[in-house]
Design a binder for this molecule. Structure first.
Ligand code: ZN
Length: 393
């Protein structure tokens, strides 16, 4: 247990190491969220725990001066089941908490917040909690959202893939495969047909939308002499075009329905988790953060360059960027090419390089918050880019 007193004396590095050690998987980050909330309370923040009914979420707030504008830092603190903090979310947590603390010292006016957003990795009940928050209006009164994510490079915003995970269950009819095969209807046949048929979709889609589709046959029968009466496939369907992504999901569903019809089986479809959006990039915001990083001697590639990079994954942070100007800064804690979610990244998340990078990120983000609070022109440029959607320009 973390007591209020126990939270005293935590600096950003001690906090990052403690979260690394706690190593709590998504939706079960009870001690981690309690510790982060306690550190913020000790620095004068008002904390609401179990924010939006999510057991390990919280929202911490500190009003400075007239309280405007409102700037929120997003914390993640879920570890990967089995391996631990191999995605470095311990650093994200510490960066959010201490960027907010520093920002509250730097601004003359503003409401500085930290929102604790559990289960980014999607390993529990509250998977993709930022999506629940974005859809539930958590960012309605927020003017700017800042976050960070460690990796093998510095960057000020990259595109991400929209993704929807889908599970399809086929139900056939069991029968003796030798004595009465004619009365059996194979759910496995439907699954295999579907696996083959959805592959044919790949050729007939737009080439500019980064279409990615990955699937498995999760269940396919229990004994070879019994017609499989139940088979399950799961797929992830991804794209960088949110609108077109919806059409791809529709086409996928049409295909699996056709396979059920062809094999005289029945199907049920379940969407696994919410739709992860694409990222709405914001050039003015990215440039503002990059300028701070360059000043601190970080070799951060030009904004345009990373905007154009091929997106590698999906994140629930993307859904936040759709409702409020938001940026997740990528910071380098390991050599380029280091595999992520690995033993190497687990070590990197508590390395001396990570410590230096963390300190830099905290200064850059809190400086950005200060500039946002003070510079009306920057706020206008960020708002204009948000309206325009800087993605493809
Ligand atoms: Zn991560």
């Amino acid at each position: 247990m973390v007591s209020q007193e126990g939270a005293e004396g935590y600096d950003c590095w001690k906090l990052a190491l403690k979260i690394h050690e706690l190593s709590e998987a998504g939706s079960r980050e009870f001690e981690s969220s309690k510790l982060l909330a306690s550190v913020l309370r000790n620095h004068g923040f008002d904390v609401v725990e179990k924010f939006m009914g999510i057991p390990t979420a919280f929202r911490a707030k500190k009003v400075v001066g007239n309280g405007k504008p409102s700037i929120a830092f997003l914390a993640e603190y879920d570890a990967l089941p089995g391996i631990g903090h191999a995605c470095g979310h311990n650093l994200i947590a510490s960066s959010a908490v201490f960027s907010a603390i520093r920002a509250s010292e730097k601004v003359e006016n503003g409401t500085i917040e930290v929102i604790g957003t559990p289960d980014e990795e999607g390993s529990g009940e509250w998977a993709g909690s930022k999506i629940i928050m974005a859809d539930g209006g958590a960012f309605r009164n927020v003017d700017l959202v800042l976050g960070s994510h460690p990796g093998d490079q510095w960057n000020v915003g990259t595109q991400s893939l929209a993704v929807q995970d889908i599970e399809v269950t086929f139900r056939g009819r069991a029968a003796h495969e030798a004595a009465s095969p004619d009365s059996g209807r194979s759910a496995l046949d439907a699954a295999v047909l579907a696996y083959t048929a959805v592959n044919m979709l790949r050729q007939h889609v737009r080439r500019d939308v980064n279409f990615v589709m990955h699937g498995i046959i999760k269940e396919g029968g229990t004994a070879s002499n019994v017609t499989p009466e139940r088979a399950v496939i799961t797929y992830g369907i991804r794209s960088t075009d949110l609108e077109y992504h919806g059409k791809l999901v529709e086409r996928f569903l049409k295909i699996v329905e056709g396979c059920a019809m062809a094999t005289e089986t029945e199907l049920s479809v379940k969407k696994l988790g919410p739709l992860f959006s694409t990222t709405k990039l914001n050039r003015a915001l990215s440039n503002a953060v990059r300028e701070k990083l360059l000043r601190m001697g970080v070799e951060c590639p030009p904004t345009e360059e990373t905007f154009k990079e091929m997106p590698k994954g999906s994140t629930d942070f993307a859904n936040v960027t759709q409702v409020v100007p938001a940026l997740e800064v990528g910071f380098k804690i390991a050599a380029e090419g280091t595999p992520w979610h690995s033993r190497e990244s687990l070590e990197a998340a508590k390395s001396a390089t990570a410590k230096d990078a963390l300190l830099t990120v905290i200064e850059a983000l809190s400086d950005t918050a200060k500039e946002f609070a003070e510079n009306r022109d920057l706020r206008k440029r960020i708002a204009d880019d948000f309206k325009d959607d800087a993605r493809y320009k």
